[in-house]
Design a protein around this ligand. Sequence first.
Ligand code: EZ4
Ligand code: CO
Length: 403
Amino acid sequence: MMKITKARVIVCSPGRNFVTLKIETDQGVYGIGDGTLNGRELAVVSYLEDHVIPCLIGRDPRRIEDIWQYLYRGAYWRRGPVTMRAIAAVDVALWDIKAKMAGMPLYDLLGGRSRDGVLVYGHANGKDIDHTSEQVGLYRDMGYKAIRAQSGIPGVKGAYGVGRGDMYYEPADSALPTETLWNTSSYLNFAPRLFERLRADHGEEVHLLHDVHHRLTPIEAGRLGKDLEPYRLFWMEDATPAENQEAFRLIRQHTTTPLAVGEIFNTLWDAKELISEQLIDYLRMTIVGSGGVTHLRRVADFASVYQVRTGCHGATDLSPVTLGTAVHFDTWVPNFGIQEYMRHAPETDDVFPHDYRFEDGYLHAGSAPGHGVDIDEALAAKYPYSPKQLPVARLQDGSMWNW
Ligand code: EZ4
Ligand code: CO
């Protein structure tokens, strides 16, 4: 018998807010998990501290599947971003413990290496087309083989994805949500011009990606996909909100631009028709958002049957713990597509010592037992929680829209 003796939530803000779970055992081995939910961090903290941790003490940490089922079925109130992040935090910490006990890097425990490195895409964000093209150049110089491009649009205040610095983009910027503006027709005219220019400046070799961030209706998304076909995007992401999975049938009928969706999904049930009807090409679900390694590998296996590949969300609000775990997962998962990689601020990297590394467009998992990411608690304590929310968006006439 082995026992969980203690579990603690650590909230810190080294550059941005993170919720980290540390699970300790009677054998001295501990595991680290991430439960960060951007703009709603304390809801997960309460879920963990008030409802989950008391149930964990005394349990055998080796029984990962049973603990997952206990937390999922046992909650009665299933699914949702808060619940599934709390479950993910526990699950990842338990996989970390198991891999450390086995003396293996997590990818070995999952089934071993399927590839040499994990293809990642970086974020080029510019205030206009010239600036965005310049930023794409910067990422190419750093060795990136795949680059997401977002640009400011003339007349649209705070269009999605426009950065404030060169290397870091963080949308959660204010204690109360910043109000941004959206204009669909300006965007639909602008986006094809952006990619026409990027192909002219950077050639055919580099993979280009784009995030619509839920702003279009299905028929508008179909039109944009069609207009972007000449520029051969790697994917068009979150073209329309996906609460209604059927919406993607309409988009699919109109374009061969590959489609990605799912960074806000929590379980397989959010993506079941999208996958089984082959309405998408890449699934954006990730470890922290979807109940951890235990659930995401089940989703990935289901997706593999339909030739849907993974494209894990990897924005800066996913802590280095999630990124590190994702790199192990991606090293193993047979139907890997690509991994998003937004670099963390240096303060974040200092608080979370890790052994993954970027080289020539790929992330490489380290060989330390576990997922390879730790937390420096003394340093974390120097960065107290600072409330920040994501923006909201309105149309020109003042109506609320999807941010
Ligand atoms: O806006 O993670 O593809 N990446 C994204 C992100 C999300 C943030 C929200 O917290 O859409 O930048
Ligand atoms: Co996105």
